[in-house]
Design a protein around this ligand. Sequence first.
Ligand code: MG
Length: 169
Amino acid sequence: MTDLPALTTRVGLGFDIHRLAEETGAELALSGLRLPVDLYAQAHSDGDVVLHALIDAILGALALGDIGEWFPDTDPAFRGADSTTLLHAVLSDDRLAGWRLAQVDCNIIAERPRLSDHKPAMRQRLATLCDLPLDRVGLKARSHEKVDATGQGQAIQAQVIVQLAPCQP
Ligand code: MG
């Protein structure tokens, strides 16, 4: 173990899923935006599956645990929390010292809402939140082919992979 070379990059993988509920006038928190789609994600926080998966990917890249350890859903402080605030808390934590996001890629899997019209804005918002140029941020959306609860429109999922790079001295 002692002859392992120092890492010049780190990668992390994140996943999240939340149930969807209908409510007239409701907004869905997704990729740091609020989409006016008469749906919301049932969650302790705002239920943003993209940002939750992103946070888990960052924590995974640095072997720093998971989002549930950092922001327990038993803690009233995080009830209804804006996930952009949680992301900023992670990105500014001292334990990330020396590393920064270098690349992000994301899959969103949902039967509803239709996301094609929202993809450019979600990708731009993700790039802004990650302080990355657009060509380092991938965002794809797809259905679940009517398979299982997500395919029946009862849930929304996200997968995120990140690459971290050392901060320039
Ligand atoms: Mg979540």
